[in-house]
Write a new protein. Structure first.
Ligand code: AMP
Length: 216
């Protein structure tokens, strides 16, 4: 969990490489649905481009299916879901009935100023999904992907106005989810300083995950 621009996507990609679990990003799943041109995708686009959260009923339906379809032996890294207390409750119910424990909740904290600077410089490769930042992690050659050679693109919701709206949604609707997990006390709550450089954040998360109590 973490505000937009905290580094969830970047860190999740690194962690699945290090730990080998499957990666489920609700934002990526919704963007793929949009790209398919379906009626559902169009509905999602309206909320996403306004920087608002997609309504819980839609999110829970789509993500419950994604979790079920990826219920393999390596475990799952959920990225961007749950984002409301209602979503967290629905996930808890699903995990309980599948007898799958939630090992840890990783919260990456980041300040508004850092987040806005990061997001407005963010670009990605439309071909392989590799993430870049035009100041902090620029591609070797102008604005094309190092691996695929295709022009990098910017997300439609990565403009400053929409980012401010997404931050407000995070503070109002997603922050309470951290307290929800703190109160439940079943999963290890790991809080990380996301203002640090990406490599330091990766190190901090990896160390915390390696220190999880045995038997979880
Ligand atoms: P992300 O890529 O995680 O920043 O998500 C991009 C956008 O997708 C968000 O600003 C929301 O509009 C929508 N979204 C992604 N995950 C969720 C979720 N769990 N609940 C509601 N909306 C979501």
């Amino acid at each position: 969990m973490g505000p937009p621009g905290a580094g969830k996507g970047t860190q999740a990609k690194r962690l699945v490489e290090a730990f080998g679990m499957a990666h489920l990003s609700s934002g990526d799943i919704f963007r793929a649905e949009r790209a398919s041109g379906s009626a559902l995708g169009e509905k999602l686009a309206g909320y996403m481009d306004a920087g608002e959260l997609v309504p819980d009923e839609l999110v829970v339906e789509i993500m419950a299916k994604a979790v079920q379809d990826n219920d393999g032996p390596t475990g799952l890294m959920l990225d961007g879901f749950p984002r409301t207390v209602a979503q967290a409750e629905a996930l808890d119910e699903q995990l309980a009935s599948a007898k799958r424990p939630l090992d840890a909740v990783v919260v990456i904290r980041a300040s508004d100023a850092v987040v806005v600077e990061r997001i407005t410089g963010r670009r990605s490769c439309p071909e392989c999904g590799k993430l870049y930042h035009m100041t902090f992690m620029p591609p070797a050659d102008d604005s094309v992907c190092d691996d695929c050679g295709v022009a990098l693109t910017q997300r439609e919701d990565d403009t400053e106005d929409v980012v401010r709206q997404r931050l407000a949604a995070y503070r109002q609707q997603t922050e309470p989810v951290v307290d929800y997990y703190r109160r439940r006390g079943e999963a290890e709550l790991i809080e990380i300083d996301g203002d640090k450089a990406p490599d330091d954040v990766s190190q901090d998360i990896t160390a915390a995950l390696n220190n999880l109590p045995l038997g979880r």
